[in-house]
Each structure stands twice: as C-alpha cells, then as structure tokens.
Design a protein around this ligand. Structure first.
Ligand code: SF4
Length: 259
C-alpha cells in the first residue's frame, strides 16, 4: 500500500468540503471507505450514487485491474475509452483482448471530426513536437473535449489515478470533486502503489499491454510515449521532450466553466 508517511489519512479521505456536496456527504457518512478494498470502494460508490458512473479507461495496469473488478462484481459502470486515433497497435490489441476476456464492450469516444481535421491541417500530423501549445492543442482536441462529452450528464467519474504516480496526482485524494463539470471524482486505487497493482494484476491474471515488458511504464499515445530508463519515474516516458508536469489535461484542475 502507499506509504502512510507521505500521505496521511486526511489527504486520502477527501479534498472537498463535505457540507457543500450532498452525494459526497452520503458517501462519507455511510462507510469508512479508506478501510475498504478498491473493489469494495467501487461497490460502495455505486450503492450511494444515483445516475451514471463513468469509468475512463486508458488500458493502463490500473484501469485493467479496475475493469477486472467491475466485471467480477458486476458493478453498473459506463466503461469508456478515449480513442485519440494515435494509440499504439498493441493498445488496440489489448482493447480487443479485454473485451473478449470480460465479455463486454468498452465504449469508444472519438474526437470531433471537423475539429480534428482543422487541427491536423494547421499543425500537421506531428506538429505536437513544434511547441507546447501545439501539443496541448492536440491533447485538447483528441482527449479533453472527448472527455467532456463522455462525462456529460454523469454523476461520478471513476479513474485509475494513484497518489505515487506524480506530484500532480499526489493531491487528487480518494475522493475529489470536479468543480468545472460538477461531479464526484473517485480514485479507488489512490493509496495503492504500482507494486500493489502489479501484484493484484498477476494474482488475477489480468491482461496487460505487452509494451510494459519492453520498458513502457505509463502508456498513452504512440508519438508521446517512450520506454523509461532505469531510475526514471513511471511518467518520465510521457512527453519526454517537455519540461514540467507529465499530464495531458485530463486530470488537471480546471476553472469552473472553462472548456
Ligand atoms: S498524447 Fe500526444 S498524440 Fe495524444 S492527444 Fe496528446 S499530444 Fe496528441
């Protein structure tokens, strides 16, 4: 489990103001979710949440494990993936294998075709390397805008975010609230380490991307992901040519109303 010395109980419990949010209040009152397993946390979330829960799955090890438990426990969750059109062939292979293994469809969300055509006409197919702005524009069109559509009308957003993935994610909390979208954000693996996840993946024979065996730790779009070297952190292989945080914008705080 995640090192308690670096993330105390208050960090894990919540980053929101309980009195302001009825759904979260209910969750917090009804169970000591910190003490539950990630699978039980998702069951609890389902039992206290009205409406659609959306799980955004990127075919990472965390997502594959969460999907395994969702299928095993038959939890009513809308499982979606953001198909940017630039994923690795190995990721598409895993997508198909996962659907066969669990006997369920993973709903694909695509970028708006007109917006994407404009983007590629403007910056070229690999314009992402030209500037940070160009890269962010690509992430916005291929990921962030589709995420907005995936989450529209949902009551809760389920993710595979863990605290020790990065300094940005360290502050996410087990429970959060996306003010811009007005929905609960739930990270049931928040206090698990990568080693915890890999052990559970192995124990449950969960299929994972073959690229992990080739040194890829965190896997996103092919042009923006490389294998990591010994001593690098797991997200150092993402947007390696840029300085600063290693996020595409999906899990960054947003100003309410911003799109
Ligand atoms: S990760 Fe790279 S290819 Fe994927 S949407 Fe972002 S900039 Fe575009």
């Amino acid at each position: 489990m995640f090192d308690a010395k670096s993330t105390d109980t208050a960090d894990i419990a919540t980053v929101i103001e309980p009195s302001a949010r009825p759904d979260v209040q209910t969750l917090l009152r009804s169970a000591d979710i910190d003490a539950l397993s990630p699978a039980d946390r998702m069951v609890r979330l389902r039992s206290v949440t009205d409406g659609r829960i959306v799980f955004t799955h990127g075919f990472g090890i965390e997502g594959q494990l969460l999907l395994h438990w969702i299928a095993e426990r038959d939890i009513d969750v809308d499982v979606v993936t953001l198909d940017t059109g630039r994923l690795f062939p190995e990721t598409y292979t895993l997508w198909a294998e996962t659907e066969r293994r669990y006997g369920r469809r993973i709903r694909a969300i695509y970028p708006n075709n007109k917006t994407l055509e404009k983007l590629v006409a403007k910056q070229g197919i690999d314009g992402i390397y030209e500037s940070k702005g160009a890269r962010e524009a690509c992430c916005d069109v291929r990921k962030v805008k589709p995420l907005d559509r995936a989450l529209a009308g949902a009551s809760a957003w389920l993710t595979g975010v863990r605290a020790d993935q990065s300094s940005v994610r360290h502050d996410a909390g087990l429970l959060g609230f996306d003010d811009a979208r007005g929905l609960l954000k739930f990270n049931p693996l928040f206090d698990w380490t990568r080693a915890d996840v890999l052990a559970a993946v192995k124990a449950n024979n969960v299929p994972i991307n073959v690229l992990h065996a080739q040194g890829f730790a965190s896997i996103g779009c092919a042009p923006c992901t490389r294998a990591i070297a010994p001593g690098e952190t797991e997200r150092d292989g993402r947007w390696w040519w840029e300085n600063g945080h290693k996020e595409c914008g999906l899990h960054l705080p947003r100003t309410a109303g911003a799109r």
